[in-house]
Design a protein around this ligand. Structure first.
Ligand code: GRF
Length: 201
């Protein structure tokens, strides 16, 4: 089975996926990595693993007088026409996928990783908001999840979720560390589980 991964940042979750395909833990091939930022270090990780990379910049589209829809179409067509993967994984992709984008994926084979529990801290800065809520005494722990992508941000059917404890001694940095370590495991297990479901169907 084949996977395309979408990133925006350092790509540590992409790296976890790459490592898992190389050590046999994830029975799939990553055939493309797409970033919305040319400078995303995740592109370097892909290049080092010999994986084809693309960067599609919304800013460049806007500078050329094109629209957000043009950008979405370009990314969607790149994936759905050029790569045609069994699974699309959003690993830190910092753009919301519109209904128009998702219309290119009728098999609903798009998975997102989000560093919070279902319905807890949807959207951006989830870890900061969880830490804040902990400091206000509103929550005792947080968590992470991988879910199927629908047009509602971070709201699709959960594939896997996992609680992550918050300690009294935690700083935002130590919590982020614990969350990212847990993410690197759940993204691999979630990709395999979703692929098993998609290829069995
Ligand atoms: C991860 O925490 C992911 O859950 C969030 O953005 C971060 C991406 O980190 N959406 P990386 O680029 O995979 O290191």
């Amino acid at each position: 089975p084949t996977i395309v991964v979408l990133i925006s940042g350092s790509g540590s979750n992409l790296q976890a996926l790459i490592d898992a395909t190389q050590n046999g833990q994830l029975k799939a091939n990553i055939i493309g990595v797409i970033s919305n930022r040319q400078k995303a270090y995740g592109l370097e990780r892909a290049r080092q693993a010999g994986i084809p990379t693309e960067s599609v910049s919304l800013k460049r589209f806007k500078d050329e007088g094109k629209t957000r829809e043009d950008f979405d179409d370009a990314v969607a067509l790149l994936i759905a026409e050029k790569y045609r993967p069994d699974l699309v994984v959003l690993a830190g992709w910092m753009h919301i996928l519109s209904p128009r984008f998702l219309a290119h994926f009728p098999r609903d084979n798009v998975m997102n990783l989000h560093p919070a529990l279902p319905g807890q801290f949807d959207g951006a800065h989830a870890i900061d908001r969880a830490f804040e809520a902990f400091q206000q005494g509103q929550i005792k722990e947080t968590g992470i999840m991988v879910h199927k992508v629908i047009a509602d941000v971070d709201r699709g059917q959960v594939i896997l979720q996992q609680p992550v404890p918050i300690l009294e001694s935690d700083t935002l940095a130590t919590l982020e560390d614990r969350i990212h370590t847990a993410e690197h495991q759940i993204i691999v297990r979630g990709a395999q589980a979703f692929l098993d479901e998609l290829t069995a169907a």
